[in-house]
Design a protein around this ligand. Structure first.
Ligand code: GDP
Length: 590
């Protein structure tokens, strides 16, 4: 009889190979023989894995669902926090709020338009004409609210302000283009916010659409399609030909049924500002999404740093309404100033109370701007200890995919201790603004390996108080994170590479033994700074520079393009072709 082996719904080839103690190459060969092409880092579904293990005498059985709750390091969504304070007996289902994310040109806007056109309620001449940043559609007698500002910026802005607009993310992936950088980013955003994802596999009308390829790519990103035994709904659609839209709406209702989307219509009135602008004649026009309680015309509202008595509220079709229940978007007039998209709003009892709250906020902001709090490793540890945060969130960037994978594996190992560690996003490439936005919204730390943070990203990081740590050596990164998880991290010190040079020649020197004749290829070398010498990828020396000379003269520094002689403290084994990296250690002031 064959031996039983437990397998999950989807498994990466490397892990599968390890499980049955067979070389991954053998496994890949077996898959190929069965007509499946896959690389070591790709995952296969249960059925495919079962065929492979059967060849080695195992019988695959589905893995038992883990009973213990996974160590969650994500945030608690706003509405969960809200309803935690509400009387449980008064909670009722509310319409799901849906947002559309995805790579540029994959059809987000087209899909929003297509969904809007299916709306029976708005089916009257012309449908919805005004754009207020959100609209609602009816399906099977139930309502679904769509946020009409596609893109990560809006979604992240809300999260960065502590709000959470959406209950469900529709991830649009063009079937002819597949998973692209912004698709990955969208997945990271949704996962960080712990919002369920439904994939709309768009453009299936195109002759070069390749749905299976996209499904494989999604499975590789842990979004295993339900038809492969996973739990991600993948709905083929064509926004252009209006195909599959009903299926998508039904899918949303199904996911909503499992997501426990509730509110207390008679409870505290709280919600999120979707967008706002000033109109010359009407004053501030704000689109508000009610998330708990019932908003009424005449209510006094505080939103961010603005407040006011709502003179009139209209629904998304421009029709005046008296009341708005949870998940309803409305346009409100009457705020004294323009709140920011993503600001949380709430109803208060009097204008005096509203003024006091706003006054405090303005004061707090003034004093905060002097001491902008940074999400440093030490702070994170402190908040984990005090129970405020549930673990360390990381965004990992590396120069190439090849270095990213081992890095993620190493970091994940560290997260198995007492304090969880969650990698929200791991990608090859320099650190950009989007990474900083995600970090800010998720209280995460960005670690980079052999990458730089671009200027815009640095600026935003400074503004948002996001900490970026750059490393050139994997174990230094893992060491730091390990220390942070144990709460032993020393002050926030970071290495900053200031220059690089190539060794062109090696000279004998009387005092130092040998000196490297170098050309500076980047930045500058400084005497008394720290250096590392690499031979290929091997680190052959790490320590201090003993001398720096330019044409026999001792110099303090030497810039790109110049040649120089560099001596090292107690190290002589220099070779032509070695790469020199010069760095300083300073307080993290990014
Ligand atoms: P966004 O950048 O994600 O909002 O994408 P858009 O909605 O602007 O669409 C980008 C392009 O793809 C436009 O030229 C659309 O006409 C086209 N497009 C969108 N959906 C479909 C579809 O289902 N089929 C085809 N063939 N083209 C589509």
């Amino acid at each position: 009889m064959s031996k039983q082996i437990e397998l999950p719904a989807g498994i990466v080839i490397r892990d599968l190979a390890q499980k049955i103690e067979i070389s991954p190459i053998e496994v890949i060969k077996k898959l190929m023989a069965n007509g499946v092409m896959a690389t070591i880092n790709q995952s296969v579904d249960f059925d495919t894995a079962a065929i492979v293990v059967a060849e080695y005498g195992f019988e695959a059985v589905p893995e038992a669902q883990e009973e213990v709750e996974q160590k969650e390091t994500g945030e608690v969504p706003l509405w969960r926090r809200l309803i935690a304070d509400e009387d449980a007996t008064k909670l009722v289902n509310r319409p799901p709020v849906v947002t559309i994310l995805g790579h540029v040109d994959h059809g987000k806007t087209s899909l929003l338009d297509a969904v809007r056109l299916t709306d029976v309620a708005a089916g009257e001449a012309g449908g919805i004409t005004q754009h207020i940043g959100a609209y609602q559609v009816e399906k099977k007698g139930r309502t679904i609210t769509f946020l009409d500002t596609p893109g990560h910026a809006a979604f992240t802005a809300m999260r960065a302000r502590g709000a959470q607009g959406a209950d469900i993310v529709i991830l649009v992936v063009a079937a002819d283009d597949g998973v692209m950088p912004q698709t990955r980013e969208a997945i990271a955003h949704a996962k960080a916010a712990r919002v369920p994802i439904i994939v709309a596999l768009n453009k299936i009308d195109k002759p070069n659409a390749n749905p299976d390829r996209v499904k494989q790519q999604l499975a590789d990103l842990e979004l295993v399609p339900d038809e492969w035994g996973g739990n991600t709904m993948v709905v083929p659609v064509s926004a252009k030909q209006k195909q599959g839209i009903d299926d998508l709406l039904e899918g949303i209702l199904l996911v909503a049924d499992n997501a426990n989307i509730k509110a207390n219509p008679s409870g505290k009135v709280i919600g999120t500002v979707v967008e706002a602008e000033v109109d010359k004649s009407k004053g501030t026009i704000a689109t508000l999404l009610v998330q708990n309680g019932t908003l009424e015309a005449g209510d006094i509202v505080v939103a961010g740093k603005s407040y006011g008595r709502l003179k009139a509220i209209t629904d998304y079709k421009g029709k005046p309404v008296k009341k708005a229940a949870p998940s309803t978007p409305v346009v409100a007039l009457g705020l004294n100033d323009v709140p920011a998209a993503g600001d949380v709003f709430r109803v208060v009892d009097s204008e005096r109370e509203a003024r006091a709250i706003v006054g405090e906020r303005i004061e707090a902001e003034k004093s905060q701007s002097h001491t902008k709090k940074k999400v440093s490793l030490e702070d994170l540890f402190a908040s984990v200890q005090s129970g405020e945060a549930r673990g360390l969130n990381l965004i990992v960037k590396a120069d190439v995919q090849g270095s990213l994978e081992p890095l993620v594996v190493e970091l994940q190992k560290l997260g198995q201790g007492e304090i969880g560690l969650k990698i929200l996003h791991a990608e090859a490439g320099n650190i950009g603004e989007n990474d900083v936005m995600l970090a800010s919204a998720s209280k995460a730390l960005i670690v980079g390996f052999n990458v730089q943070a671009d200027v815009a990203a640095r600026r935003l990081a400074e503004k948002e108080g996001v900490s970026i740590r750059l490393y050139e050596i994997i174990y230094r990164m893992t060491e730091d994170i390990e220390k942070a998880l144990k709460g032993m991290l020393e002050p926030d010190l970071v290495e900053k590479v200031i220059g690089r040079a190539t060794v062109l020649a090696v000279f004998p020197a009387s005092k130092l033994g040998r000196v490297a004749g170098c050309r500076v290829t980047e930045g500058e070398l400084k005497r008394n700074s720290k250096v590392r010498l690499f031979r290929g990828t091997d680190l052959v020396f790490e320590g201090e520079m003993a001398s720096l000379r330019h044409e026999k003269e001792d110099v303090r520094e030497i810039r790109t393009g110049f040649e120089c002689g560099v001596g090292f403290k107690s190290f002589h084994d220099i070779q032509v072709g070695d790469q020199l990296v010069c760095y300083v250690v300073e307080k993290n002031e990014i």
